[in-house]
Design a protein around this ligand. Structure first.
Ligand code: SF4
Length: 263
C-alpha cells in the first residue's frame, strides 16, 4: 500500500465532504510532537500543492510542560521543510502544572484552548486543524455511548464561539497504523507526551477491545466511521426524532422486527 497516497486520499475526502478548507483560508496546524499531527501537517502541505483552491498552512506548538523531551528537533525538521512553525511556552499552563500537578484533562484542555486561539489569532489564521484520528473518533463514540449515555463522537468540523475560527479534524478517516507508518517514512522526530493521564483506563480498555475485534473483523473502525455518517434515528430512542403521532397501520403497532427485538 502507498501510505502517502492513502492518507492524502482520505484527508482529501474528509476536507471535501465536510467543506473543511475554503478558498483563501489560512490554516494553523497544532503540532503536538506526535505522529498524528505531523501526518496532518504533511498531508495538508501535499494537498495544498494540488488543490484547485488557494490556502496557506502554518504550524504551531504549545509547550504545556508535558513533552518527554525538548520539542525543538521537531521545529528544526519542519523549518528545514520550509514550514512556518511557531513555538509558544504557555506560562499559565506551566504554572498550573507546578501548582496542581495532578490536574485533569478538563483543566489542561481549557488552558490549551485559550493558548491555541491566542496563537492562531497572532498567526492570522481563520482555520485551526487538529490531529484527531479515526481511532480517536471510534473510541470517543464508544466512550460516550458506554460511559456518558450519549451517541456522539468528535466534531469533524465546528466553530469556536463567536465563529472566529473554523475548527477541523481532517484525519477523521485516517487510522493510527497509517499515521505511524507515514511519520516513520518521513523520518520525522517524534516527541512523546509524557502525560500520565493520556492513556487512562477507559481509553486503554477501548483501544484493546477494538484491537482484539480487529483481529477477526479488520474493517471494524471503517464500519464505526460509516455508522457515524448513517444514523437511523427511527431505530434509536430519542423521541425528538420519532414520529410518535403517526397512526398508520404499519407503524402504529408493533411491526415484526420490533417484536423480535422485544422477545
Ligand atoms: S492527556 Fe494530559 S496533556 Fe492531554 S489533555 Fe489530558 S492532562 Fe492534558
Amino acid at each position: 500500500m502507498d501510505v502517502e497516497k492513502t492518507i492524502t486520499r482520505k484527508v482529501g475526502e474528509a476536507i471535501g465532504r465536510f467543506r473543511m478548507i475554503r478558498d483563501g483560508d489560512r490554516v494553523a496546524v497544532g503540532v503536538s510532537g506526535g505522529k498524528d499531527s505531523l501526518t496532518l501537517l504533511e498531508a495538508l502541505l501535499l494537498l495544498q500543492k494540488r488543490a484547485p483552491i488557494g490556502f496557506s498552512v502554518c504550524a504551531f506548538t504549545i509547550e504545556q510542560g508535558k513533552f518527554l523531551a525538548p520539542i525543538q528537533p521537531v521545529g528544526a525538521f519542519l523549518r528545514e521543510r520550509g514550514v512556518d512553525w511557531t513555538y509558544v511556552e504557555d506560562t499559565p499552563s506551566l504554572n498550573l502544572l507546578m501548582e496542581q500537578p495532578d490536574h485533569g484533562c478538563d483543566l489542561c484542555s481549557r488552558f490549551r484552548r485559550r493558548a491555541v486561539y491566542d496563537i492562531a489569532r497572532k498567526l492570522g489564521a481563520n482555520v485551526i486543524a487538529f490531529g484527531h484520528t479515526a481511532d480517536d473518533f471510534c473510541e470517543s463514540l464508544l466512550r460516550n455511548a458506554m460511559f456518558t449515555g450519549r451517541i456522539s463522537a468528535l466534531p469533524a468540523i465546528t466553530w469556536s464561539s463567536k465563529r472566529e475560527f473554523r475548527l477541523i479534524r481532517p484525519l477523521v478517516y485516517v487510522t493510527e497504523d497509517l499515521t505511524r507508518a507515514f511519520a516513520h517514512s518521513l523520518g520525522a522526530p517524534v516527541i512523546p507526551c509524557g502525560c500520565s493521564q493520556k492513556t487512562g483506563t477507559v481509553r486503554r480498555s477501548l483501544r484493546e477491545m477494538l484491537a482484539d475485534l480487529e483481529k477477526e473483523h479488520p474493517f471494524i473502525k471503517e464500519n464505526l466511521l460509516s455508522a457515524m455518517g448513517k444514523i437511523d434515528t427511527a431505530r434509536l430512542l430519542d423521541t425528538r426524532y420519532l414520529d410518535l403521532d403517526d397512526s398508520s397501520e404499519e407503524s402504529g403497532f408493533f411491526p415484526d422486527q420490533e417484536l423480535v427485538a422485544l422477545r
